[in-house]
Write a protein that binds this ligand. Structure first.
Ligand SMILES: CC(C)(COP(=O)(O)OP(=O)(O)OC[C@H]1O[C@@H](n2cnc3c(N)ncnc32)[C@H](O)[C@@H]1OP(=O)(O)O)[C@@H](O)C(=O)NCCC(=O)NCCS
Length: 172
């Protein structure tokens, strides 16, 4: 069961957040769950209009999670969740953080379809996504090659603007 809801604030990241982002995505327990980019790739993405980096924190507190959004200029308004990490996973921060991220996406962009890919064996993330309304659309068979050469399946999920309570009509 979820504990008391954490009041989460989100803001755009700056290059000063890079150390936190890179440390969080390199948490050993997350090795098979999320990608890890070198600093140059993060900085290039941060400077691109195709990406948005969001930092989440308990209101008034230190950063506790980050999210990378991609395809912000997609002509069909399909925005992708490239990566989300809750630095202290499993302690009740990730769900309210993702809730705030979704709210940001539908308030700050013309996103129609917010989509993501998740490894089939990442049951915690799939649970959180489903619980916030993301719909599983299909299996991406053997979609990712791991560093050890094995391949892993992912599930494609999406949430439509009209499915998110409180989202305004699209602005574009
Ligand atoms: C996915 C992630 C962002 C979620 O954040 P979090 O802080 O762990 O989420 P919360 O603690 O708020 O909620 C976790 C939920 O999963 C449930 N859960 C925990 N372990 C689970 C498991 N093995 N299977 C299914 N559900 C599980 C918890 O009971 C809780 O559900 P509830 O709120 O209904 O009780 C976080 O786990 C994370 O950063 N994981 C590592 C990186 C990652 O997997 N990113 C996503 C890649 S697509």
């Amino acid at each position: 069961m979820a504990g008391p809801a954490v009041d989460v604030s989100v803001r755009r990241a700056t290059p000063d957040d890079l150390a936190f982002i890179m440390a969080a995505e390199r948490e050993p327990a997350f090795e098979r769950l999320v990608g890890r980019w070198p600093a140059e790739r993060h900085l290039a993405a941060m400077g691109s209009q195709d990406f948005a980096y969001l930092i989440g924190a308990p209101r008034g507190g230190e950063p506790a999670g980050f999210a990378i959004l991609r395809d912000l200029r997609n002509p069909s308004d399909n925005i992708g969740l490239q990566r989300i990490v809750s630095a202290a996973a499993g302690q009740g921060f990730g769900r309210p953080f993702l809730t705030a991220v979704i709210g940001w996406v539908f308030a700050e962009t013309a996103c129609h379809r917010f989509l993501l890919e998740v490894f089939t064996d990442n049951s915690r993330a799939r649970h959180v996504y489903r619980s916030l309304g993301f719909v599983e659309e299909g299996l991406l068979r053997e979609a990712v090659k791991r560093p050890d050469g094995t391949r892993a399946d992912q599930v494609l999920m999406s949430l439509l603007r009209r499915e998110w309570p409180g989202a305004s009509a699209a602005t574009a």
